[in-house]
Write a new protein. Structure first.
Ligand SMILES: NC(=O)c1ccc[n+]([C@@H]2O[C@H](COP(=O)([O-])OP(=O)(O)OC[C@H]3O[C@@H](n4cnc5c(N)ncnc54)[C@H](OP(=O)(O)O)[C@@H]3O)[C@@H](O)[C@H]2O)c1
Length: 350
C-alpha cells in the first residue's frame, strides 16, 4: 500500500482527490491537511464522504510528518502556496503532484507575465513535467514533480492537439471559447460566485487575458515545433461542474473531414480517458455526460462553407480538469495501471 498526503484537503479539488482515492486499491490517504478544519473528520466538510475515511481527520500541515509517513503528496492549494512547498518536499525525495499553476509553465518570464510575480525557483520549472498523460506519458513516468494542468487548458489542449500535431490548421488563427462551471473558482466565496449573481449567468470573464492561455500556447507550441498565439475567452455558466472548450480554427487548403477524423483517431486511439464523440442522440461533447468522471469527450464539426473547424472537448473540471487527472498521473508515476481507481462511468442525469 502506498501512503499519500493531500495538502489542502478541505477544498474542492482536495475533496475530489479523497473521493477518487477512496476507491483506489493500492493507495491510502493517511494525511489530509487543512488550517481551518484541523482536528475535525474529513467528512465534516466533505459530506459526500460520510462512511468513508472513518478515522481520517484534518491536520495542520507539518512537512516532517508528511515526508515521514507518505511517499506521495498532492498539493491542492492556491498558486503561490505550492511554489514554496515544492522545493522543500522535493529535497526529501517524496513524489509531488501539484494541482496549482506554479510549476506548469516552463518559462519563468511567462510565469511572471501571467501571475504577476517572479518565480522563486525557476530551475524547478525545467524539472517539472506537465501532467497531461496524452502528451507527456513517458516523462510523467520518470518525474518526481508533476504539475497538473488547469481545467480550461486541459479541455482546450485536448480539443486542438490533433489538429496542431498533424498540421491541419492555420496556426496563426486559433480561437478558444470555454464555458465553465462555478466549482472551477474553488470553495471560497467571492461577489461573482454568490448564488443570485451566478445562477443563470452566461458571463465572459478575462475575455482577452485569461491565464490558462499561457499553458495552451506552451503545449500547442511544443506540438507544432514553433511558438503559437491563441485567442482565449472563458465564460462562467450556470453549472457547478464542467468545462467545454470550443476551438475555432481554419483548415489548410485541401484538408478534408476524413483527414480530420484520421488525426483524432490516430492521436487518441488507446487513450483510456478520451472518448471520441461521433454518434448518439446528442452528437457533440457536453460536460453533462462526463460529470463525476475522469473522461474527456472530444469531437468536431467541419464548417465547409467557410473552411472552419469547430473542435470540442468536454471535461469535469474537478475530474480530468484536476483530481482525476492527478490520480491518473499518480498511477503512471507509481507504475500502476493508469486507470486504477478511475474507471467510474459518469453520472446521468447530472
Ligand atoms: N477548482 C478547480 O476546478 C480546479 C481545477 C484545476 C486546478 N485547480 C487548482 O487547484 C488548487 C486548489 O483549488 P480548489 O478549487 O480546490 O481551491 P479551494 O476549494 O479554495 O481549496 C483550497 C485549499 O487550500 C487550502 N489552503 C489555502 N491557503 C492555504 C495556505 N496558505 N496554506 C495551506 N493550505 C492552504 C485550503 O484549506 P485551509 O484554508 O483550511 O487550510 C483549502 O483546503 C488551486 O491552485 C487551483 O487553481 C482547481
Amino acid at each position: 500500500m502506498v501512503e499519500a498526503c493531500i495538502v489542502g484537503a478541505s477544498g474542492y479539488t482536495g475533496g475530489e482527490l479523497l473521493r477518487y482515492l477512496a476507491l483506489h486499491p493500492d493507495v491510502e490517504v493517511v494525511l489530509a491537511t487543512s488550517r481551518e478544519y484541523a482536528g475535525l473528520p474529513v467528512s465534516y466538510v466533505h459530506l459526500n464522504l460520510r462512511g468513508f475515511y472513518r478515522y481520517l481527520r484534518f491536520t495542520k500541515l507539518n512537512l516532517d510528518e508528511v515526508t515521514r509517513k507518505c511517499s506521495i503528496v498532492f498539493l491542492a492549494v492556491p498558486h503561490g502556496v505550492s511554489m514554496k512547498l515544492v522545493p522543500e518536499l522535493l529535497r526529501t525525495g517524496i513524489k509531488v503532484i501539484d494541482l496549482s499553476a506554479d510549476y506548469r509553465l516552463k518559462d519563468p518570464k511567462v510565469y511572471e507575465y501571467w501571475y504577476g510575480r517572479r518565480h522563486e525557483y525557476p530551475e524547478l520549472l525545467r524539472e517539472a513535467v506537465y501532467g497531461l498523460p496524452e502528451l507527456h506519458r513517458e516523462e510523467i513516468r520518470k518525474a518526481q514533480l508533476v504539475a497538473v494542468p488547469g481545467c480550461n487548458s486541459t479541455a482546450a489542449i485536448l480539443a486542438a492537439a490533433p489538429l496542431v500535431k498533424y498540421g491541419l490548421i492555420d496556426l496563426d488563427h486559433i480561437a478558444v471559447d470555454v464555458k465553465a462551471g462555478s466549482s472551477e473558482a474553488g470553495s471560497k466565496p467571492y461577489p461573482g460566485s454568490h448564488h443570485p449573481e451566478r445562477e443563470n449567468a452566461i458571463r465572459p470573464y478575462d475575455p482577452a487575458g485569461h491565464r490558462h492561455v499561457a499553458e495552451v500556447e506552451q503545449e500547442l507550441g511544443m506540438l507544432a515545433g514553433r511558438s503559437i498565439k491563441v485567442a482565449f475567452t472563458p465564460h462562467a455558466v450556470s453549472a457547478i461542474r464542467g468545462s467545454l472548450a470550443t476551438v475555432h480554427a481554419w483548415l489548410k487548403e485541401g484538408v478534408s473531414e476524413r483527414d480530420v477524423l484520421r488525426a483524432y483517431t490516430s492521436m487518441y486511439r488507446g487513450e483510456p480517458f478520451i472518448r471520441l464523440v461521433r454518434v448518439g442522440l446528442l452528437r457533440y461533447p457536453d460536460p453533462k455526460y462526463v460529470i463525476g468522471s475522469n473522461y474527456a469527450d472530444v469531437g468536431f464539426a467541419v464548417d465547409e462553407r467557410v473552411g472552419r473547424i469547430a473542435a470540442f472537448a468536454a471535461i469535469d473540471n474537478l475530474g480530468k480538469g484536476a483530481a482525476g487527472q492527478a490520480v491518473q498521473c499518480m498511477n503512471i508515476m507509481l507504475g500502476f495501471d493508469e486507470t486504477k481507481g478511475l474507471l467510474i462511468p459518469p453520472l446521468k442525469p447530472a
